[in-house]
Design a protein around this ligand. Structure first.
Ligand SMILES: [Zn+2]
Length: 479
C-alpha cells in the first residue's frame, strides 16, 4: 500500500516536472517515448494484419510453384538447346527469339523487345603449354576482351606474384616475362581485381602476357573466365586464366630455383558491336498502372558451360515468378514488368539502355536475380528506411521459405543504372553452401547443377516479394 501511494506520488511529481516549462527537454523525450510506443503498436498490428491477409496467398504461391514442371523444363530447354549465350552470338539471339515467343504464349501484356547495341568479342583458339622444365599442357581460358597473342604464340619465362603489392615490389623483374597472379581464393570480390586489371598493371612494367589463378574455391583443375579491361595509356597484352593447381605448380617450380617457361597461344577478336535485345512483358497494375515494378535477370552468359546458374536460372525465376502471380489470378495494384536484360557480363549495355529508354517512367522498384539458384536466405532491399521497415513486417511470410531474413543491401548489375537515379532495388540472397563459385563462368555451369526444388522456391519467394511490394500503401512510395 505504502509503495503504491509512494509510486503514485512519484508519478504525479514526474508529470508536474514534465509539465514545467523549464523541463522542456524531458517533456519532449516523454512525448517521443509515447509516440514510439504507439508506433511500435501500429507496426505490430500491421504485422498481424499482413500475416492474416497474405498468408494464404503465399501458401498458394509455394504449393503452385512446387507442383509446376514448366519452369525447370524452360530452364533446361534454354540451356541445352541454345547453349552458352555470349553477347553478339547467334546462340543468344536464338534464345531471345524463343523467350519472346514463350512470353507471348504466357499472355503477358505489352510483350516487346528493345534493341540494344552490344560488344561482340569472340574466342577462337587458346592453348598454353609448359615448355620448361618439362612439356605439359596447361588448361587455359582466355578472359573476355583479351587480344590475341602474335601468330605462333608467345614463349617466355614466368614470374609468379601473389598480389599487386608484390608486383609493385618486384616490378624490375617483370620485363619480357609472363606474369602469373597466384592469389589464394578469399572470396570473389578480392580475386576479381586481378582478372579486371591484371593485364595493364603488369604491361606497364614490360610483361608480355598475364595469367590469373581462376577465381574459384574449387580446386579440381578448373578454369574460369570473365571480363577484363585494358587501360588506354598502356600497351595491350594477352590475359587468360589457368587453374589454381597450375598457378601453384609454377610457384613451386620457382621455389626449387627453376624458372619455368610457358608457350601461350590465344586467338580472339573484338568485332563491331552487334544488335541484341532487352525483353519486356507485363501484368498491368489494377490501381496504379503507371507505377512499375521491374523484375528480371540477364539473358547473356559467358561461353562457358551453358550458363545455367549464371544466369539462365535468374531469367527463369523472375519470369516464372510473374507468371505465377498471373496464374493464381492475383491482380497486382501496380504494373509488374518482366525485363530480361542483355549483355550484363561484358558491357552492361542492357541495363544502361533500359535506363536511357525508360527512366522517365515511374519505377517504384527494380528487382534482379543473379546470385545462382539455391535455397533463398534473404530478401535484400536498398531504398527508403520506411519501406524497409514495412517490408520487415512481412517477415513471418518470408519465414515460410525457411530462415529467410529481410535485410538492407539489395541490388544487381543490370538494375544498377536505375538505382543510381534513386529507384529502390531488391534481390534475393541465396544459400549456395559455398558452391556458386565452383560453377561460375566455368564449363561446369550446366543445368544438372540446378535443383528443381530450389528453382521453384526462388520463383515462389520472388513472386511473394514483388507481389507484396506491389501492395504497399501509396504513402509509402510517395517521394
Ligand atoms: Zn550473372
Amino acid at each position: 500500500m505504502t509503495q503504491n501511494l509512494e509510486g503514485r506520488a512519484t508519478e504525479e511529481q514526474n508529470l508536474l516536472l514534465l509539465l514545467n516549462k523549464e523541463n522542456m527537454g524531458k517533456r519532449i523525450a516523454y512525448l517521443f517515448l509515447t509516440f514510439l510506443i504507439l508506433d511500435l503498436k501500429a507496426i505490430f498490428s500491421i504485422e498481424q494484419a499482413n500475416a492474416n491477409i497474405y498468408s494464404s496467398i503465399v501458401d498458394k504461391m509455394i504449393i503452385e510453384s512446387q507442383n509446376d514442371t514448366l519452369p525447370y523444363h524452360r530452364l533446361s530447354y534454354m540451356c541445352d538447346v541454345f547453349g552458352p549465350r555470349l553477347s553478339g552470338s547467334e546462340n543468344l539471339e536464338k534464345t531471345l527469339i524463343w523467350m519472346l515467343d514463350e512470353m507471348k504464349k504466357d499472355g503477358f501484356a505489352n510483350v516487346r523487345a528493345d534493341s540494344v547495341k552490344v560488344p561482340h568479342w569472340v574466342r577462337k583458339y587458346e592453348k598454353c603449354e609448359l615448355v620448361y622444365p618439362r612439356n605439359a599442357d596447361i588448361p587455359v581460358f582466355a578472359l573476355g576482351g583479351t587480344i590475341s597473342t602474335p601468330k605462333g604464340g608467345i614463349e617466355a619465362e614466368v614470374i609468379t606474384v601473389k598480389s599487386f603489392d608484390e608486383l609493385e615490389s618486384r616490378k624490375g623483374e617483370v620485363k619480357g616475362k609472363i606474369v602469373v597472379y597466384n592469389f589464394p581464393y578469399e572470396g570473389y570480390g578480392k580475386g576479381v581485381q586481378y582478372r579486371f586489371h591484371g593485364a595493364h598493371r603488369a604491361a606497364k612494367y614490360g610483361a608480355v602476357a598475364t595469367l590469373i589463378r581462376s577465381i574459384s574455391p574449387n580446386v579440381s583443375r578448373n578454369v574460369h573466365t570473365g571480363m577484363m579491361t585494358y587501360a588506354d595509356s598502356v600497351i595491350k597484352i594477352p590475359h587468360a586464366a589457368i587453374s589454381p593447381e597450375d598457378a601453384m605448380l609454377l610457384e613451386r617450380l620457382i621455389s626449387y630455383g627453376i624458372t619455368p617457361k610457358l608457350r601461350l597461344n590465344i586467338d580472339a577478336e573484338t568485332l563491331p558491336d552487334a544488335t541484341s535485345f532487352n525483353l519486356i512483358g507485363e501484368i498491368t497494375g489494377e490501381e496504379y498502372p503507371d507505377e512499375i515494378i521491374a523484375v528480371g535477370g540477364h539473358t547473356d552468359s559467358w561461353d562457358a558451360g551453358t550458363g545455367a546458374h549464371d544466369n539462365a536460372g535468374g531469367c527463369i525465376v523472375t519470369w516464372e515468378a510473374v507468371r505465377l502471380i498471373k496464374k493464381i489470378g492475383l491482380k497486382p495494384k501496380r504494373t509488374i514488368r518482366i525485363v530480361q536484360w542483355t549483355n550484363e557480363e561484358n558491357g552492361v549495355r542492357g541495363g544502361n539502355t533500359y535506363r536511357d529508354m525508360h527512366k522517365d517512367e515511374n519505377h517504384v522498384l527494380m528487382f534482379e536475380h543473379d546470385s545462382g539458384i539455391f535455397p533463398p536466405k534473404s530478401v535484400r532491399f536498398t531504398g527508403p528506411e520506411k519501406i524497409l521497415e514495412f517490408i520487415k513486417t512481412f517477415d513471418p511470410l518470408f519465414k515460410k521459405f525457411g530462415n529467410v531474413d529481410v535485410t538492407n543491401g539489395g541490388g544487381g548489375v543490370d538494375i544498377g543504372p536505375m538505382m543510381k537515379l534513386g529507384i529502390p532495388g531488391m534481390n534475393i540472397g541465396t544459400d549456395d553452401a559455398g558452391k556458386y563459385f565452383y560453377y561460375h563462368h566455368n564449363h561446369s555451369d550446366t543445368v544438372d547443377k540446378v535443383k528443381k526444388e530450389d528453382l521453384n522456391s526462388c520463383i515462389a519467394i520472388i513472386a511473394a516479394a514483388i507481389y507484396l511490394y506491389s501492395e504497399l500503401p501509396s504513402e509509402m512510395l510517395s517521394k
